[in-house]
Design a protein around this ligand. Sequence first.
Ligand SMILES: [Zn+2]
Length: 153
Amino acid sequence: MPIYSFACRSKRCGNTVDELMKYEEREGFMKHMRCAACGRGFKTKLTCHAKTASQWADSWQAGLSSNMYSAALGHGVSSRRHEERLMKQKGFIPESDLPAHYFEEQQEKNNKEAVKNEKQTKRYKAALSSGKTKEEAVVEAFPAKEMIDSSSS
Ligand SMILES: [Zn+2]
């Protein structure tokens, strides 16, 4: 992946950042990231020089003092990777990291739960209408074994 250089849109600010990314990611980067110094957006820097290993190391060092602002986190980050790491620490999971069919499986789980709840409600109502007390109906509708099974699954 190439390294792209971006400059803060404010002429007076002069902040620049270097980011390793795909060509098609530049657009999203410029929309998403804000300059940590002044809060304005970035534009692609016109003067692009080839990065040598030592220059890359320099910019990585410089990146440790955050010079871009993550809108998602609400504070400065040193790179997109830094942002991703922080997002994960805060419990945000990028959709790309979720297992395949995650949402489908969640949906199916919810459906099963709903069917079970409906059965229990029916049993409860049936027990009540057969003249049992509410306490007896609860015991009948929500058997302890089933409760334990569902909490451990
Ligand atoms: Zn700036």
